[in-house]
Design a protein around this ligand. Structure first.
Ligand code: CMC
Length: 424
């Protein structure tokens, strides 16, 4: 076996250095020994947007972007989406193994019995304007939870951490549903402990005058699959935010609010909202060639296409297309689907998209499904945030228990004015 090292020759000094290579990686800190003299700080790497920097060792999610593979704890996303419930997958992601029947029953009980929020949370949410963006309400309310559980800042206490994790996973659907009811001017609906995670969410969203709400089984399952697909995606922008904020040892409510804020952006979880706006603007399949031309001219992006990691079809998008068929059988076909399908067909045959390896990502079809379920576009990023809260928490927990991690603090290359004195 060849030696796992890298030899670097510093042409400034004539010195040479041999660095160990582990997992295809050299440690950035090993470069510090490379100096021109004793006063030199040492060599650094420059990596804006962290395009080629591993910030952690993680055992949670594996992605092979070139092959279009996504696995949680070693299990392919296709198998998990086919056979598991969201709560099973949540347990897997968090604890590393699928739960036994007994473990799943206890886990489901715990999550179900943490779904209620303090009445003051309701009052707090009622203070938002009638048309407040649901994601803004979601972020603020999740942050506010930290004031209800001040003990949550004991982040090194294993038991305490687990209670907060359960609370967050259980309460985010409640908060999300309240944001929707708030925008509609409807009474907030309390959780129903008889229902499944997604069945209860649909109950809190759509219950009207009926004494007991029963979700459509197909929609409940479709939502479960969508939640599984969105549960984790290794070191993406919001997860990196979660880890970075959490590295200061702040409580997980504040860190989750920060991660949700990162998710809100149009280049991340806000993309599904942008996809729907884009499809609505295109209006008709006849207008697609002209729209594609504008994208190629640099006048905008084809939202829901492209990914930092996937340079192949996003495996989640493939599964979502199948979920769409199940949902449309219940809700009727969303006319925007025809535009999306045609847009995908034309883009995948176009040299611009082929040469840049731009394929549909998870957000390209998810919005069409959510719209068919009766959700307004502003709710789409919130629908992403509910299941991703689980992923953030699993990553946060991994970071807290990783002895190599410290407070995140990148370096900079200072390009400003050199020292000067104020005019006298
Ligand atoms: N439409 C048109 N051109 C694009 C697109 C797109 N959606 N995405 C990338 N490109 C072009 C880009 O202009 C660049 O072209 P050139 O080489 O001529 O300058 C080339 O492809 C490489 O793109 P990049 O911007 O260097 O890629 P990135 O890795 O920095 O960006 C991305 C990844 C997801 C931010 C980007 O593809 C994008 O903005 N897509 C649209 C927004 C979107 O759908 N986001 C959801 C991501 S998936 C869900 C999630 O995890 O949040």
């Amino acid at each position: 076996m060849p030696e796992q090292t890298l030899t670097i020759a510093d042409n400034r000094t004539g010195e040479s250095y041999t660095l160990p290579i582990e997992n295809g990686t050299v440690r950035a800190m090993d470069l510090r020994q490379i100096k021109i003299d004793a006063d030199d700080f040492g060599l650094m790497t420059y990596d804006p947007a962290l395009m080629n920097t591993a910030s952690t060792r993680s055992a949670i999610t594996f992605i092979d972007g070139d092959k279009g593979i996504l696995e949680y704890r070693g299990y392919p996303i296709e198998q998990l989406a086919e056979t598991c419930s969201f709560l099973q997958v949540a347990y897997l992601i968090l604890f590393g193994e699928l739960p036994s029947e007994k473990q799943l029953a206890a886990w489901t009980y715990d999550i179900t019995h943490h779904t209620f929020v303090h009445e003051n949370i309701k009052t707090l949410m009622q203070a938002f304007r009638y048309d407040a963006h649901p994601m803004g309400m979601f972020i603020s309310t999740v942050a506010a939870l930290s004031t209800f559980y001040p003990e949550a800042n004991e982040v090194n206490d294993v038991e305490n951490r687990l209670v907060q994790i359960k609370r967050l996973i259980a309460k985010v659907p409640t908060i999300a549903a309240y944001t929707f009811r708030h925008n509609r001017g409807l009474r907030y609906v309390y959780p129903d402990n008889d229902l499944s995670y997604t069945g209860n969410f649909l109950n809190m969203m759509f219950k009207m005058t009926e004494t007991k709400y029963t979700a459509n089984r197909a929609l409940e399952r479709a939502l479960d699959v969508l939640f599984i697909l969105h549960a984790d995606h290794e070191q993406n922008c919001s997860t990196n935010a979660m880890r970075s904020i959490g590295s200061s040892r702040v409580d997980p409510y504040s860190a989750t609010a920060g991660a949700a804020a990162a998710l809100y952006g149009p280049l991340h979880g806000g993309a599904n909202e942008e996809v729907l706006k884009m499809l609505s603007r295109i209006e008709n399949t006849r207008n697609i060639p002209e729209f594609i031309q504008r994208v190629k001219n640099g006048e905008g992006k084809l939202m829901g296409f492209g990914h930092r990691v996937y340079k192949n079809y996003d495996p989640r998008a493939r599964i979502i297309k199948r979920v769409a068929d199940d949902v449309f059988e219940v809700t009727g076909r969303n006319r925007l689907l025809d535009i999306a399908l045609e847009l995908e067909r034309i883009a995948l045959e176009d040299e611009y998209f082929i040469s840049r390896k731009l394929y549909p990502n998870v957000d390209f079809y998810s919005g069409i499904i959510y719209q068919a379920m009766g959700l307004p576009v502003a709710m789409f990023p919130v629908m992403f945030a509910i299941p991703r809260t689980l992923g953030w928490l699993a990553q946060w927990q991994e970071m807290i228990t990783d002895s190599e991690q410290k407070i995140t603090r990148p370096r900079q290359i200072f390009v400003g004015h050199p020292r000067r004195d104020l005019p006298t």
